[in-house]
Design a protein around this ligand. Structure first.
Ligand SMILES: Cc1cc2nc3c(=O)[nH]c(=O)nc-3n(C[C@H](O)[C@H](O)[C@H](O)COP(=O)(O)OP(=O)(O)OC[C@H]3O[C@@H](n4cnc5c(N)ncnc54)[C@H](O)[C@@H]3O)c2cc1C
Length: 333
């Protein structure tokens, strides 16, 4: 266990924007986590659990305790010849986990290749990419309930999963995710509906690794590498509008792309931002990433204020032009 005072968090977020925590504590097992939580130095303090910091923006020093898990073990349980449960502890790097499952001959997570962050957050964020979401394969989520001090395991259907959302995002940090079980398959079953993945459908020898590699290629061509250019990935969620609103917009913007969503029509936020003339728009060191306008990047010396000013400007411009509200996907602290 490591406990540090006045800790520099800058390298613990992929935005690489200067950030500090009053206290930072990292634990290697659940007993240590419980010990930290019962430490009198931290009683009554605000608490924030982070993973890889790849969806966080700290706008001011965090006056409280930032927690981080170093638990990284994986174990497998065979439910049948084809259905395998893979349990990963929260601190395991997500992409390492995905590659591990593929190496074990399992299918299901290949489309979620190369998403930054850790396995614990995958269940909080309901990460998604190229037609697959974490919730499609999550079986159970193990947590520590910080209110009662008890361990509690949630079935996936108790987690209120929705687009980049879960119950864990709405319970004030009550549940610390300690591990996640994914139900994967030994039978190949691919999701190849997304544009550039479609070409793989004709490959008679398609493997999860081939899909993984294709996804990595696509992502590298469109998204900034966190080590080279700071960002939190997609800064905004894709908005969902009513069918009536979409029909009205379509009259003015016939080329506007759209996708059916369970609760209306989803419109790519990147398209709205680009067609509002904001591609490459900068405030200070923060920029609307020209290769993918959904992303805000730190060009080198951005402050949190640059980023918040830029995202407010983007929201305002998109609202004025299309009458659509964009909501951040990134967690703003
Ligand atoms: C270049 C780039 C590309 C990206 N692409 C995608 C993408 O394709 N799809 C996608 O969905 N996301 C994407 N993201 C966003 C990010 O990778 C995900 O949101 C990821 O799940 C965040 O994981 P993390 O470990 O970094 O969590 P953090 O950013 O540290 O935390 C995210 C949230 O989870 C909470 N949290 C973290 N760990 C725990 C825990 N153990 N218990 C309880 N709460 C916890 C935090 O409090 C916070 O609310 C991208 C980000 C970047 C930088």
């Amino acid at each position: 266990m490591t406990i540090l005072h006045d800790f520099d968090l800058t390298r613990h977020t992929t935005f690489h924007v200067p950030a500090r925590a009053q206290w930072f504590a990292e634990y290697d097992n659940v007993d240590e986590l419980i010990e930290i939580l019962s430490d009198k130095r931290f009683s009554g303090m605000p608490r924030l659990h982070i993973g890889g910091g790849s969806n966080l923006l700290f706008t001011k020093p965090f006056e409280g305790l930032v927690l981080h898990s170093s638990m990284k073990k994986v174990k497998m349980e065979k439910l049948s010849d084809t259905r395998i449960l893979v349990h990963a502890e929260s601190g395991l790097n997500w992409d390492t986990f995905v590659r591990h499952t593929i190496a074990e001959g399992l299918y299901g997570l290949e489309n979620l290749a190369y998403i930054p962050g850790e396995t614990g957050a995958s269940a909080v964020q309901n990460i998604g990419a190229y037609g697959v979401e974490a919730k499609d394969h999550i079986y159970t989520v193990d947590t520590l309930d910080t209110l009662t001090g008890d361990m509690r395991t949630f079935q996936a259907d108790e987690c209120a999963y929705a687009y980049r959302d879960s119950m864990f995002k709405h319970t004030n940090g009550r549940y610390i995710v300690t591990g996640v079980s994914y139900l994967l398959s030994r039978n190949p079953a691919f999701t190849l509906d997304y544009g550039p993945l479609k070409e793989l459908a004709s490959d008679p020898d398609l493997t999860a690794m081939k899909v993984y590699e294709k996804v990595v290629d696509i992502r590298r061509s469109k998204l900034p590498e966190p080590d080279e250019l700071g960002s939190a990935g997609s800064f905004f969620k894709n908005p969902v509008v009513t069918a009536g609103k979409y029909a009205a917009l379509k009259q003015t913007y016939p080329d506007m792309p759209h996708y059916d969503a369970p609760d209306g029509v989803k419109i790519p936020a990147g398209w709205l931002i680009e067609h509002a003339g904001l591609k490459g728009f900068r405030i200070g060191g923060a920029e609307v990433y020209p290769r993918q306008c959904l992303v805000i990047v730190n060009t080198g010396n951005a402050t949190a204020t640059d980023i918040t000013s830029l995202y407010s400007h983007v929201q305002h411009t998109v609202r004025s032009k299309y009458g659509i509200d964009l909501h951040p996907e990134a967690n703003i602290i």
